[in-house]
Ligand binder design. Structure first.
Ligand code: LLP
Length: 422
């Protein structure tokens, strides 16, 4: 359930007409709904209320400071994957004791800043990383709490680019080698192994891959405990899918019910790193039609948002619903909805039946709240678009549109290229 809805024929976000925002800030822009973000966060929390758990919202899905501030106020922890995400999470005064640091390639500086901040734990992905964290913690006179990210080799049955739990993926340590890796960790005096971690993929629409992974992780926890380890945390990552089109992913309540059942008697705090399920359907990308044309019988709707603003359709062939901001009863016609970038791969939708619209009309690319703005770039020297947060009948610009000066910020022309022609 989200709070983007028609009143009459006009699309609203909560109590704000989308058109009004477009008039004031120009297009394109991302638009997020506070009520939806909050509702999705609470739905996830509520699903787990009868079990000892910690929700660490996955910052990568949508890292706008206002969004993070909202989750911090709701009591969320954070799953971070870079020094930049740590910085953002600290900016909103969140509790570092509720942060987990994931990712295969943590740098020395990132490890140092996370130790400095006093995060809950590192999810470690290789033996070399274990040694590196131990060395840095030693230098700093600290002990680092760690979990090993194990790769349970289950097929999440999602897009290959967002599957992470198969044995051929770069992520984690193969489950068969995990016990030995924990034994190594035990010999490193500045590490304290406290948990087990896994994340098998994103946009999962079935529960069974989660169940399979959980089964394998329980076995691992049993053998670790037999070996004398104190395992207090089981981090199950993120990955619960959302409805973009016809998918029917399990509701967080079903996910929670299954987890509570399958972890009975485990005696661990469960950690979750949800991203998409919380922010995905809480945001849209609003774009204006620049031109329409027909090339040899094929219709093109050329909009002012490109693959640099929203890359999911181009990169994953992802489906996003496209709705008119002003609805009419005219019959839909098939069109490619394309951006202004000089690449054939620059499209929001292909052969999509949309309401016939003309120059100047607004379209909403739905389900754009996760992996939307965060994956945007300046390709073709386009300015990154603003992010707007709605709360009831008000809206706030929570990131302003970049300026031409922002575009060249940090660039310079060396002396030898200034002045006369070479
Ligand atoms: N934890 C870890 C360690 C992750 O790698 C991810 C996502 C998450 C949590 C959050 O997963 P979620 O609940 O959002 O599924 N750009 C892609 C998605 C990449 C996901 C990467 N990792 C997309 O646009 O679909």
């Amino acid at each position: 359930m989200h709070h983007f809805h028609y009143k009459g024929d006009e699309l609203y976000c909560e109590e704000v007409p989308v058109n009004r925002v477009a008039e004031e800030v120009g297009t394109p822009f991302y638009l997020y709904s506070t009520a939806t973000l909050e509702r999705h966060y609470r739905a996830f929390e509520d699903a787990l209320q009868n079990t000892d758990h910690l929700v660490c919202y996955s910052v990568k899905a949508n890292s706008n400071l206002a969004v993070l501030a909202l989750f911090a106020r709701l009591g969320s922890g954070f799953d971070i994957v870079s020094g930049g995400e740590l910085f953002r999470a600290l900016q909103v005064k969140s509790d570092p004791g509720k942060m987990v640091f994931s990712g295969v390639g943590k740098t020395q500086d990132e490890i140092r800043s996370a130790l400095d901040a006093g995060i809950l734990m590192f999810n470690v992905e290789s033996l070399q990383e274990l040694r590196e964290i131990n060395r840095i913690a030693g230098e700093m006179g600290k002990t680092a709490r760690i979990s090993l990210r194990v790769n349970p080799d289950v097929d999440p049955r999602t897009h290959p680019y967002i599957s992470t739990g198969l044995k051929e993926s770069k992520f984690g340590i193969p489950i068969a080698e995990a016990l030995n890796a924990y034994r190594l960790a035990r010999t490193l005096s500045h590490l304290e192994p406290v948990g087990v971690d896994c994340h098998i993929g994103s946009q999962l629409t079935e529960l069974s891959p989660f169940e399979d992974a959980l089964h394998r992780l329980r076995e691992l926890i049993d053998s670790l405990r037999e070996d004398g380890f104190t395992i207090r945390y089981l981090d199950l990552g993120g990955g619960l899918g959302i409805n973009y089109d016809e998918e029917e992913p399990p509701h967080p309540t079903e996910y929670g019910k299954m987890l509570i059942e399958k972890t009975r008697g485990l005696d661990c705090t469960l950690i979750f790193e949800p991203g998409r399920v919380i922010t995905g359907n809480a945001g849209i990308l609003v774009t204006r039609i620049l031109y329409t044309k027909e090339n040899l019988g094929k219709n093109f709707t050329i909009v002012d948002a490109g693959m640099n603003d929203m890359i999911r359709p181009s990169l994953y062939g992802a489906y996003h619903k496209i709705l008119p901001v002003q609805r009419s009863i005219s019959e839909k016609a098939a069109s490619d909805v394309v951006g202004p970038i000089c690449e054939s791969g620059d499209f929001m939708a292909r052969d999509r039946k949309i309401q016939p619209s003309g120059r100047g009309d607004l379209l909403a690319v739905m389900s754009a709240g996760a992996y939307g703005f965060v994956m945007s770039s300046n390709y073709n020297s386009r300015l990154r678009v603003p992010e707007i947060l709605v709360s009831e009948d008000r809206f706030y610009v929570v990131r302003s549109r970049e300026t031409l000066q922002d575009l060249v910020h940090g660039e310079s022309v060396p002396d030898f290229l200034r002045g006369k022609a070479l």
